[in-house]
Design a protein around this ligand. Sequence first.
Ligand code: ACO
Length: 163
Amino acid sequence: MGAGREMAISLDGVRDKNVMQLKKLNTALFPVRYNDKYYADALASGEFTKLAYFSDICVGSIACRLEKKEGAVRVYIMTLGVLAPYRGLGVGTKLLTHVLDLSSKQNISEIYLHVQTNNDDAIAFYKKFGFEITETIQNYYTNITPPDCYVLSKVFSHVSPKK
Ligand code: ACO
């Protein structure tokens, strides 16, 4: 990808005032209607949830939930998506590397997500960034076919033990 194309992509945080943009993207991208908890978790994750702009058009987002367990924090990627006409331009990479960079600067133990087993593009995309399939869950989804998902996970080795 050329550096010029990369420069056209910028990220913005999600706040009460622009959370509508995330809702609109999710409606266009995913066959699931997300509930209030999803949006509350996304807003609470702060810098771990971002909108992506291509020039001044909102074209993609990453929404995460932070899970605290025994002193360590795990990041769960609830959704990552880019509108179809804007795929293959580096927007997904910009969103995911933002969250990976943030995770490596903080005490994040693991980053993980669920992906439908037939979503070859997304699986290949995540593998490029070092994610591995750790589990297959049958009948994870109720309204889509196939109903099965993989758990994709990337473990960080930098985590310092709890003092
Ligand atoms: N066909 C094949 N490979 C592709 C394509 C494509 N259309 N688009 C991207 N890739 C691959 C390429 O290997 C590319 O690497 P390269 O640039 O070195 O060739 C790599 O992915 C990165 O491409 P980006 O342009 O950074 O990614 P993009 O902006 O297209 O976003 C994403 C990738 C988010 C997976 C996008 O395809 C998408 O929105 N898909 C639909 C929604 C989805 O399935 N999201 C993930 C579900 S799981 C979850 O949300 C937790």
